[in-house]
Design a protein around this ligand. Structure first.
Ligand SMILES: [Fe+2]
Length: 304
C-alpha cells in the first residue's frame, strides 16, 4: 500500500479534536497482502502522531509482498512465534511471545509463522504508516524475491549486526536499543526480549516498575506495572499514547487534578482493552484490585 488512505491521521478523531477513547477494531480493518499470502489485520488508531493496528499469522502463513512504512514499526508479540525477514539484506530475526521487534522506517520486511500456533501481533507506527509520493519510498512488489533471491530467501548479503545482538547498544532513553537515525540508515531489524529491556523505577510520589523495550526519536514502547492497591503519579506525555491492558483491571482517571468530590472522567479497563490518551492530557492509573496490573504503552513522539 503506497497511497494515503481516507482515514489516515484522523481515526477515531481528527488532530484538532483529539479525545480520550477506548479503541475498538472497525470497518477500516482489512486484509493485507496479495492472494494467497493475505493476512487479516485490525486497525485501531491513526492519529497524526501514532498508528496502532494488529495482525494475525496462522500456522504456516506469511504475508506478501514485503511491507515498508513511512515511519518506524514496532511489533509486540502477544502469542506464538514469528520470523521476520529483511529481504534486501537477508537478515532473519526470531521473535517469541512477549518480544518486541523494531523495524526502522523504510526497511522492507516479511513476517512468517513457521510455528505450531497462531501468532498475534500488536503493531505501532510513528510518525506515519504508509508512504506518500514525497517520502520517496517505493514498495517493490518483487520483494521478498522469488526473482531476486531464487530458491533461498535467507542469503546473507551484508555485514549488519544480527538481530540477536542488535547493538551498538545504548542504555540511553531515546536511543534504545539503537539510535533511531542510525537504524534507519542501516535498515536493520532488532528483537528486544524482556531480559534485554531497560528497567526503571518510575514516579516521584509513587514508585512503579517500568520496562522500556524501544525508545527513539520517533516513539517509545514499554510496559508499566502497578502492584495491588498502588497507583501512578499524575502524568502526561509529550505525545499521543496508546495503552493496552495486558493483565489485571485498571482504573484510568483523566485530568485527576481537576477532581471535585467523586467527579472525574474515569475509564475502567479489563484485560485486552485499549485506551487512546492524546498528547498533554493528564491522567492517573490506579489498581484497586489484588492482581498486579501490566500495561503495554506506546507514546509518539516523546515519552517524557
Ligand atoms: Fe509492516
Amino acid at each position: 500500500m503506497s497511497s494515503k488512505v481516507s482515514w489516515a491521521e484522523k481515526h477515531p478523531c481528527p488532530p484538532d479534536n483529539k479525545q480520550v477513547v477506548k479503541l475498538l477494531p472497525t470497518t477500516i480493518s482489512r486484509c493485507y497482502g496479495d492472494y494467497p499470502h493475505r493476512i487479516p489485520t485490525w486497525m485501531y488508531l491513526s492519529s497524526n502522531l501514532l498508528t496502532h493496528a494488529a495482525f494475525e499469522l496462522s500456522e504456516g502463513s506469511h504475508f506478501e509482498p514485503a511491507d515498508i512504512h513511512a515511519g518506524d514499526e514496532l511489533y509486540y508479540l502477544q502469542n506464538g512465534e514469528i520470523h521476520v525477514h529483511q529481504p534486501v539484506t537477508g537478515e532473519v530475526c526470531k521473535a517469541e511471545k512477549g518480544d518486541v521487534v523494531h523495524i526502522p522506517k523504510g526497511t522492507p520486511h516479511v513476517s512468517y509463522n513457521f510455528g505450531n500456533e497462531e501468532a498475534t501481533v500488536l503493531t505501532f507506527f510513528a510518525p506515519k504508516i504508509w508512504p506518500t509520493a514525497e517520502d520517496g519510498l517505493v514498495l517493490d512488489n518483487k520483494l521478498p524475491g522469488n526473482v531476486l533471491l531464487p530458491g533461498m530467501k535467507g542469503g546473507w548479503k551484508g555485514i549488519l549486526p544480527s538481530a540477536d545482538s542488535p547493538f551498538p547498544a545504548s542504555k540511553e532513553l531515546k536511543k534504545f536499543p539503537v539510535d533511531g537515525p542510525w537504524s534507519r540508515e542501516q535498515g536493520t531489524i532488532s528483537v528486544i526480549s524482556e531480559e534485554k529491556c531497560l528497567r526503571f523505577i518510575h514516579g516521584k510520589e509513587v514508585q512503579n516498575l517500568v520496562k522500556i523495550y524501544v525508545s527513539n526519536d520517533y516513539m517509545t514502547l514499554g510496559t508499566f506495572h502497578i502492584a495491588s492497591n498502588r497507583r501512578s503519579d499524575i502524568e502526561k506525555s509529550n505525545g499521543d499514547k496508546v495503552i493496552h491492558l495486558l493483565k489485571g483491571r485498571l482504573t484510568v482517571e483523566i485530568e485527576p487534578e481537576k477532581r471535585t468530590g467523586v467527579s472525574s472522567l474515569r475509564f475502567e479497563m479489563e484485560e485486552g482493552e485499549k485506551l487512546f490518551i492524546p498528547e498533554n492530557v493528564t491522567h492517573q492509573f490506579t489498581n484497586f484490585y489484588k492482581e498486579r496490573v501490566d500495561i503495554l504503552f506506546v507514546v509518539a513522539p516523546e515519552y517524557l
